[in-house]
Design a protein around this ligand. Structure first.
Ligand code: ZN
Ligand code: ZN
Length: 459
């Protein structure tokens, strides 16, 4: 986690930054007997314990005709704003306000969402927003999600366990009471109550109901973006799955690098490009690939252990350096959980290429996407020019690795010898079916561990 030094503890960047809280009162109500006037102090107490001392603004959402007057009074007098919405519109309103707040409050800042609907309602769009502009994030819920939330958070709390403090109220001025149905607001509880029980208010909710569904603002985002200055010269690391995105019949492998570089340049990216081609290198044009500096990684067919390849790369990559990752594969979903974590927590961008366009938009936020074959075909006209450029700059030296034996060399002959005659390697290749089964098991085990780890964070 880059947002936090220790789990849940504020870094200097966030220690005094502002904190905004969106609270779904229906999912996470005030427990019976608990004093509404203590909610702010309890939340602030939890933040202070972790080193956060920035100003905290809290808005409580719900169908407020259902909320007893003493609760509204307790919230209002301690500086918690109250928003009335139709019960069906709570999530729409919360999310609309979050997006608006993000637009007005650039990072560093902390967001906290108190709701059981983060997973399934907010997470797809919020994940994509966080990959472009990350905020420090806290979550609280009254029901532990069955599936781990992919949002990178500083901490996730159990709602009731947060409400610990009790004592005299600390009055905080400035909170407002909103009616989202009528765009009405006031600081007077009396006026608010009168409003939400008025004929005009009821009529407005019926003739002009607010949306029921969360509006995903990233849905319409484009696929290919011109490079920003920070990323225009950033390193580009390409992982190319030669099994799902093979070379087209008769295609000259030496044209892969220039084709990629040309496509990048078209969008304004001109940083150094490193390409690793993984697949069964018994059957690839090794000579042609390596002559243009494409690294070879020999893998178990259908199951390259991409997560560990990416993990090792990330470990070696300088922290906080602007970097672009590119995956050429139809199976990016195999590592999408890991990629989305990297994209939220590092200064990375993602490019994708695939042989089939996925039927639905992934939660992975990309800066550019291509169809593999059109990406390769695109350079046809520019081939001569590019060839000249490449030879002038000099190609990097290719390396050859076997992921089965952890064998590496810079000599193509040694690599070929390893693949074709090495006895230990042959044994490894024989073990393939077993390895594959083990990998599937391993994958399952790591998901189980991941889930348990998330569960333990609940305090
Ligand atoms: Zn109203
Ligand atoms: Zn080997």
């Amino acid at each position: 986690m880059t947002a936090t030094a220790e789990y849940g503890t504020a870094t200097a960047e966030y220690a005094t930054a502002k904190i905004a809280v969106w609270w779904d009162m229906k999912d996470c109500p005030i427990p019976g007997g608990y004093d509404a006037g203590q909610v702010r102090q309890s939340l602030e107490g939890a933040f202070k314990e972790r080193g956060y001392s920035g100003s905290v603004s809290i808005t409580a959402y719900g169908e407020q005709t259902q909320t007893p007057g003493h609760i509204l009074q307790g919230l209002l007098s301690t500086g918690i704003s109250v928003a009335h919405t139709r019960a069906e519109s709570v999530h729409y309103m919360m999310y609309r306000d979050m997006v608006e707040w993000r637009g007005q409050n650039p990072p560093p800042a902390t967001m906290m969402i108190i709701s059981n609907k983060v997973r399934g309602v907010f997470d797809w769009d919020l994940l994509r927003l966080q990959q472009r502009t990350p905020y420090n994030l806290f979550l609280a819920y009254s029901v532990v999600p069955k599936v781990a939330i992919l949002l990178s958070t500083s901490e996730e709390w159990c709602w009731k366990s947060l409400l610990k403090l009790s004592g005299p109220h600390v009055a905080v001025q400035g909170a407002k009471l909103y009616c989202n149905s009528c765009n009405f607001d006031t600081q007077s509880l009396k006026k608010f109550k009168k409003h939400i029980w008025s004929y005009e208010h009821v009529r407005e909710e019926i003739i002009n109901p607010t949306y029921d569904k969360v509006v995903c603002v990233t849905e319409k985002w484009g696929k290919n973006y011109k490079a920003t200055p920070e990323f225009a010269t950033a390193k580009i690391q390409v992982w190319w799955d030669m099994t799902s995105c093979p070379l087209p019949e008769g295609y000259d492998a030496r044209r892969v690098r220039p084709s990629l570089e040309a496509a990048f340049k078209e969008l304004g990216y001109s940083g150094p490009v490193s390409i690793t081609a993984y697949g069964d290198h018994n059957h690839t044009p090794l000579q042609a690939l390596s002559s243009t500096g494409v690294h070879a990684l020999h893998c178990v067919p259908d199951l390259p252990d991409m997560a560990s390849v990416v993990e090792k790369w990330h470990y070696d990559n300088p922290p906080r350096a602007a970097t672009i990752m590119m995956v050429i594969s139809d199976h990016v979903d195999w590592i999408s959980h890991y990629l989305v974590e990297l994209l939220q927590e590092n200064n990375y961008k993602l490019f994708l290429a695939y042989s089939f366009r996925p039927s639905k938009t992934s939660f992975l936020l990309t800066s550019a996407e291509w169809l593999w074959e059109s990406l390769l075909a695109g350079s046809e006209q520019r081939r001569l020019v590019l060839h000249k450029c490449s030879s002038e700059s000099g190609e990097p030296t290719a390396t050859f690795n076997c992921s089965l034996c952890h064998f590496g060399t810079k000599s193509i002959d040694q690599f070929r010898k390893h693949l074709s005659t090495d006895k230990e390697h042959a044994k490894e290749e024989m073990r393939l079916p077993a390895v594959r089964k083990l990998n599937i098991k391993e994958n399952r085990r790591s998901r189980v561990a991941d889930f348990d780890r998330k569960g333990k964070r609940m305090k």
